[in-house]
Design a protein around this ligand. Structure first.
Ligand code: 5GP
Ligand code: ZN
Length: 114
């Protein structure tokens, strides 16, 4: 059993109800959604935070944003606008230390974020 929650979901040890998967990323609904559409796009590789990204992970980030592009269209939030968010570190609100990208949409987004 994985010690990391998102590794557990990636490996299928924990049910994540995946809405998207490819060779490098998976996506599933956030358990505590902050918008009508709130998905988490998660690299299969365990990377704790944005600060832990390595040069070798560069293409992985492209895969994440390709998934975001496709999911925004599929989820019907592309036209009205959506947001992709990474919280890096506890001070920014990161609570799961496996890099993930929040895809939020389906309501107006305020700026700046809280
Ligand atoms: P962070 O706060 O680290 O940026 O985002 C972690 C997100 O993971 C939170 O929005 C939280 O609601 C979500 N989350 C925490 N545990 C689970 C879980 O077991 N399943 C799912 N689907 N989402 C989770
Ligand atoms: Zn992990």
């Amino acid at each position: 059993m994985s010690e990391c929650l998102f590794c557990g979901i990636v490996k299928g040890e924990i049910k994540g109800n995946l809405v998207y998967q490819d060779n490098s990323v998976v996506a599933f609904k956030d358990i505590n959604p902050k918008a009508p559409v709130h998905l988490l796009i998660v690299p299969r590789k365990h990377i704790a935070t944005l600060l832990d990204l390595q040069q070798e992970d560069t293409s992985l980030i492209g895969d994440v944003f390709n998934a975001a592009n496709q999911l925004a269209r599929d989820q019907g939030i592309a036209k009205n606008g959506f947001r992709v968010v990474v919280n890096c570190g506890a001070g920014a609100g990161q609570s799961v230390f496996h890099l993930h990208f929040h895809l939020l949409g389906g309501r107006p987004m305020v700026w700046p974020p809280g």
